[in-house]
Design a binder for this molecule. Structure first.
Ligand code: SF4
Ligand code: SF4
Length: 299
């Protein structure tokens, strides 16, 4: 089985690339699956997609952790994500980059095909949607599918959705990228640290609850719950915090699903609003210094 992981950003078409690749593999008589994983779902946020190709039926439904090939639609992801995590030593990388493979530092020396897919897409499609260009490069680097099958799958998939002319243009982008892809070995120098830059850390979130109050048709909502809906009556246990042990790491505040642990900025302290504490014990579980104990009884 040949397994691939696609790294892109929302709006770049990583999911469509994985699905189109799967269709190209099916055209050649193989079995194939493709599926996405979305994190923070918004345009520009990192997106993952996966594909598997085999001559036999595929039953695995997990994400791809040990890929044969990694496809990177946006090389700015290299600053924040270890895109080659878990890749097989003999695996290959296909990357949208203006640089030559031996200038691209992936933290590992890997067979790498580089294509300036953004320029190809801008020239042919007049939009920076790089998924079809990257598929052409993928066919060249891996040989897992023929470029003709990619072209056919692209024309079908894009043509059905966006019209025959768009399908033709995207197939042309794939073909040009196939011909222009430069193959070499990446640099393996830098130590990559996975860092979710698009999300604030919990220390950076504003003082107070994690969510703000607001009115909906159903009523007034506050952090985690309806303000009118005081849940303390449900609780068999309540959390009690030992201030002497507490290091103010804020993990309990961050994880409380009811947003009932409140930060008090002027005292640098925390307060639990027991009206909305349902006694779930998440805070006790998350506290790294055992400063919270769940005790029997209501306030
Ligand atoms: S017990 Fe649950 S609801 Fe109550 S403060 Fe802890 S995490 Fe929040
Ligand atoms: S998780 Fe524990 S140490 Fe961290 S702020 Fe809460 S009670 Fe204090």
């Amino acid at each position: 089985m040949f397994e691939l992981r696609f790294h892109g950003r929302g709006g770049q078409g990583a999911v469509m690339a994985a699905q189109t690749l799967a269709e190209a593999a099916v055209i050649e008589g193989n079995y194939a699956v493709a599926f996405p994983f979305f994190g923070a779902e918004r345009r520009g946020a990192p997106v993952l997609a996966f594909a598997r190709i085999d001559s036999k039926k595929i039953f695995s439904k997990t994400q791809v952790y040990v890929p044969d090939c990694v496809v990177v639609l946006d090389d700015s992801l290299l600053d924040t994500i270890d895109v080659v995590s878990g890749i097989k030593p003999e695996g290959s990388v296909v990357i949208n980059s203006k640089e030559e493979p031996d200038e691209i530092d992936l933290g590992k020396e890997l067979r790498t095909g580089a294509i300036d897919a953004t320029s190809v897409a801008l020239e042919i499609l007049k939009a920076p949607i790089t998924n079809t260009a990257i598929l052409g490069a993928l066919a060249r680097v891996t040989g897992i599918v023929k470029i003709e099958s990619i072209e056919e799958a692209v024309k079908t998939r894009f043509g059905e959705r966006l019209g025959a002319r768009v399908g033709e243009r995207n197939a042309l982008a794939a073909r040009i990228a196939y011909e222009k892809t430069v193959i070499g070995i990446s640099k393996g120098i830098k130590k990559l640290e996975t860092k979710k830059q698009w999300l604030p850390s919990y220390q950076e979130l504003p003082v107070g609850g994690a969510l703000i109050e607001g009115r909906t048709e159903a009523g007034l909502i506050g952090p985690g719950s309806f303000i009118e809906n005081k849940v303390s009556g449900w609780a068999t246990f309540r959390p009690v915090r030992d201030k002497a042990k507490c290091t103010m790491c804020l993990l309990c505040w961050f994880y409380c699903p009811e947003g009932t642990i409140v930060r008090i900025s002027d005292r640098g302290d925390l307060m639990t609003n027991y009206d909305y504490c349902k006694g779930c014990g998440v805070c006790e579980n998350e506290c790294p210094v055992d400063a919270i104990k769940m005790v029997r009884g209501r306030v």
